[in-house]
Write a protein that binds this ligand. Structure first.
Ligand SMILES: [Zn+2]
Length: 126
């Protein structure tokens, strides 16, 4: 009997954890915005949910190609000398930043709370 109880509790915990993770992932995908700055100036702001490929070309010939796909953003191509931005890999949340130092390009993820979502949240909490 005791073993069964433990299994049931473990399953319930797993289900709760799975639900939590799913809700976190879907919330993140909905609310995140890809923000690209060049030398501190914002040049691009697009929802992470919108899959696309952005070319950041500068007057001096610097080129960075940013890819947004599957809820992640990454530097697909760059003609910088170190290539570090490409090696930084995929970014899925605001905890990370992709930086191309030679080109002064910074790719960030910002949270955006859509208007009207707050009322839905209140219902869930109560
Ligand atoms: Zn780079």
């Amino acid at each position: 009997m005791k073993k069964k109880d433990i299994i049931i509790i473990a399953l319930a915990l797993l289900a709760a954890l799975a639900l939590y993770l799913v809700s976190q992932v879907s919330l993140g995908a909905q609310s995140s915005v890809v923000v690209v700055t060049v030398d501190g100036e914002e040049v691009l702001r697009r929802p992470l949910a919108m899959e696309d490929r952005y070319e950041i070309a500068q007057d001096d010939g610097s080129l960075n190609i940013i890819r947004v796909q599957g809820g992640a953003v990454w530097m697909e191509e760059a003609n910088c000398r170190d290539g570090l931005c490409i090696r930084q890999g995929r970014m899925k949340n605001g905890a990370k930043t992709i930086v191309c130092l030679p080109h002064k390009v910074v790719v960030q993820l910002e949270g955006e709370a859509p208007v009207g979502d707050n009322s839905d949240l209140d219902v869930i909490i109560q």
